[in-house]
Design a binder for this molecule. Sequence first.
Ligand code: NAG
Ligand code: NAG
Length: 176
Amino acid sequence: MASFTFIYSSVSILLSLFLLFSQSKGVPQDVLSTICSQTQNQKICESILTKDPRTSSADLPLLSLISLEITSKQVDNNFNTFKQFRDNTTNLSVKNAFGKCVTIYQQLQDKVKVAHQLSEHKKYKEINGLGQLKTLAYACENGLPSDSPTSAITEDMLLTSETAISVNDYVATSLS
Ligand SMILES: *[C@@H]1O[C@H](CO)[C@@H](O)[C@H](O)[C@H]1NC(C)=O
Ligand SMILES: *[C@@H]1O[C@H](CO)[C@@H](O)[C@H](O)[C@H]1NC(C)=O
């Protein structure tokens, strides 16, 4: 009888622990807030992350991957748009400036790909190329005429980059 009680209570402790951990799976809202408070615009950062349906049940490793996949999509989107502007414009100096942006966004694609591979291998501390995303996005936009219709997608790139930087800084600090 005593051993039955012992087994029974061990099982129920294990069961409660299991339930506790399965319920706490997913990044809590206060962690998202902490991460996003490190960016220019906390609300936009949170909406960038929660737009991906996986975020609500993601753990930190998945949140890192999600942030990089969102960034990768933004880079691809901007790359294609800058390529269209380059091909559509007949003004040679403007065409050259858009061409530089196309080259810059190819570099951005490579940097995000490297970061994603490091994240897949959980080498969060080695993800240090993300700071350059913002520098490069600025370099592209600053080379364009001041009336360029691309300032909005550059702003999106900057906000998405900041979000990914903050997520990955947080994950690198928490998981190592
Ligand atoms: C470039 O031209 C194509 C074809 O005319 C058009 O569909 C596209 O929207 C233009 N893109 C930009 C960014 O102006
Ligand atoms: C090309 O665009 C630049 C910047 O908008 C402008 O200053 C220049 O006058 C344009 N050149 C021609 C030939 O239209």
